[in-house]
Design a protein around this ligand. Sequence first.
Ligand code: DX5
Ligand code: ZN
Length: 225
Amino acid sequence: MVSEARILIAPSVLSADFADLGRQVRAVTDAGADLIHVDVMDGIFVPAISFGEVVIDAIRANTDVPLNIHLMIQEPENLLSTFAKVESDQILVHAEACGHLHRTVARIKDKGNQVGVAINPGTSLSAVEDVLPMLDMVMIMSVNPGASGQSFIPQSLDKIRRLKTMIEQGNHSAQIEVDGGVKADWTAQDSVKAGATILVAGSAIFNDHETIPEAMKGMRGCLFS
Ligand code: DX5
Ligand code: ZN
């Protein structure tokens, strides 16, 4: 049994109604979101383009919860002044998108932000191994990045377990975050059992069959049932 306080829920606004974004961000904040997950897509690293600085500023204006900013952009180091400008935000870059991952991570830390590295389903854990001591989080992508509403890839669970062992054996402090297809069912439960402590959830929180408070309650509740 995991302790409730240890698991952070990070709703992904990519699934929100953008015509009503401010209200939805306030609703998810009031419903107890620990972090707000913000997906920035550049149309190069992933096929889709989502949103950038202007929308992130609008999200921040509607919540006091730290933003968990997932940069699905090629060479994010070139845009750190845009995306790592508020110290309370957490910045996640993709190992696959950085030519000089160590330097990019170091620059984010120098700015005072917490930093994470995300890896795609097809990327081995060895891609993060040499920067692991520097990281606040490692994000295991449990779908191929680029869109909400995809199905959780079950092999991600074994990857989370192996990452947990790597972190423990090295005596590191990085948290394990999981992103993609996480619902209020075995996907959340087994991710937590495997070692994840931050759950990103988009379509499981912003959907048209339940309210945001119901969805948040369902997600938290399923972890302890
Ligand atoms: C996918 C994004 C995810 C996505 C999650 O590329 O990184 O954060 O919004 O959405 P769901 O939970 O619906 O898979
Ligand atoms: Zn994401």
